[in-house]
Design a protein around this ligand. Structure first.
Ligand code: 13P
Length: 249
């Protein structure tokens, strides 16, 4: 049985006050589901507070990125050790917004993921195609390449300690969701691709869907055999919506 993970990627949202309000609302609401791991990923400045508020609860905390470097003269970077010291256990890597606006490559994501794993953090490695790539019939080629490169050099044990998120770029923040069948097809393809390294580890790997997931469409997506949870942007900022998705598991 694979783990189901419902993760909220808050992106550039979440002042100290907003973090306190949202986490309090989640803890006071029905955000617990024994069938799912619930995770929030606030911005760096709110991580320590988020970890403190959720300590001893069912909610885990993740960061949205981390440095590929361990320490040193890398202005504005945040290291794996720094994340660990504030109580972070997961880290999103290679989100399409990092790729698009900050030039992150599969190679860099691979380096970060290896460092995260070496430090004991769980990487959530993001892949996804653009609308042009999908319309050109290149979805498998693009996703296949991203998977190959981002998990290059991974052992079976490293796969077992990782999470992958499939986020079609055209579905992020657009309100346009992949249909459950479309998403399932890519998730299955990703699992097959990972199975080339180790089939048992691929079978146990949680693959999350991200892209306009909401309470209204979560059920259809989450009931697909290879969709093991969600990485949720917009709908994770409203406690009621995020709870609605947690309940759909
Ligand atoms: P939306 O849920 O806002 O489409 O964002 C998805 C996402 O990018 C999560 O990482």
């Amino acid at each position: 049985m694979r783990r189901t993970i419902i993760a909220g990627n808050w992106k550039l949202n979440g002042t100290i006050q907003e973090t306190e309000d949202l986490i309090t609302a989640l803890l006071n609401g029905e955000s617990k589901n024994d069938k799912a791991t619930v995770l929030v990923c606030p911005p760096y400045t709110s991580l320590q507070l988020a970890a403190k508020l959720t300590s001893g609860t069912h909610i885990a905390v993740g960061a949205q990125d981390m440095s590929a470097q361990e320490k040193g003269a890398y202005t504005a970077e945040v290291s794996a050790d720094m994340l660990l010291t504030v109580g972070v256990t997961y880290v999103i890597l290679g989100h399409s917004e990092r790729r698009q606006y900050h030039g992150e490559t599969d190679r860099l994501v691979n380096k970060k993921a290896k460092l995260a794993l070496a430090k004991g953090l769980t990487p959530i490695i993001c892949v996804g195609e653009t609308i042009d790539q999908r319309e050109a019939g290149d979805t498998d080629k693009v996703i296949g390449g991203q998977i190959e490169e981002t998990i290059s050099g991974f052992t079976a044990d490293m796969i077992r300690r990782s999470v992958i998120a499939y986020e079609p770029v055209w579905a992020i923040g657009t309100g346009q969701t992949a249909t459950p069948e479309m998403a399932q097809e890519v998730h299955k393809f990703i699992r097959e691709k990972v199975a080339a390294t180790d089939s048992e580890a691929a079978e146990a790997l949680p693959i999350l869907y991200g892209g306009s997931m909401k309470p209204g469409n979560a059920d259809g997506l989450l009931s697909q055999p290879d969709i093991d949870g969600g990485l949720i942007g917009g709908a994770s900022l409203k406690a009621a919506d995020f709870i609605g998705i947690i309940k759909a598991v």
